[in-house]
Design a protein. Structure first.
Length: 146
């Protein structure tokens, strides 16, 4: 069952989630870099007919890639465990589920924004963002504080 946030609850989590999101973005970039290095290594081996394989380099690259992927998975799981949805690690986009008008909608925040200022329907996504107004503030609700 999803957790639902009020704007205030989501805003209070934002500093911690922002740090984790920045860490996840960095780990994703490191993982992609290690993957590219491994691909280049494999291409060099293939172009030499597989004769000269630097096993130590290959093991180092695989270990780096695996460790980075594992750490990324842990950070993402930690964010998700808090009830926050990571939508796009390339641009740092996250959603906080909330209830408005009897349906589930999302408080939407993107890395670089100072605060949560937008919401959208669960099926609309980022392009359907609407500015949070007085009607939304009065009508949205989250789970009670635990």
């Amino acid at each position: 069952m999803p957790r639902y946030f009020t704007l205030e609850q989501a805003e209070s989590l934002l500093p911690a989630v922002k740090g984790q999101l920045e860490q996840a973005i960095k780990l994703k970039q490191e993982s992609e870099g290690a993957q590219r290095e491994l691909q280049r290594h494999n291409q060099r081996v293939a172009s030499m007919g597989g004769m000269l394989i630097d096993r130590q380099e290959l093991l180092r690259l695989r270990a780096r890639m695996d460790a980075t992927a594992m750490r990324l998975s842990e950070v993402v799981a930690s964010v998700q465990q808090a009830g926050v949805l990571i939508k796009d690690l390339d641009i740092g986009l996250i959603d906080f589920p909330t209830l408005f008008g009897g349906r589930e909608v999302m408080l939407c925040w993107r890395l670089g924004e100072e605060a949560i200022r937008f919401w959208h329907g669960a099926e609309e996504g980022y392009r359907g963002r609407k500015e949070i107004d007085a009607d939304f503030l009065a009508g949205h609700r989250g789970d009670p504080e635990i």
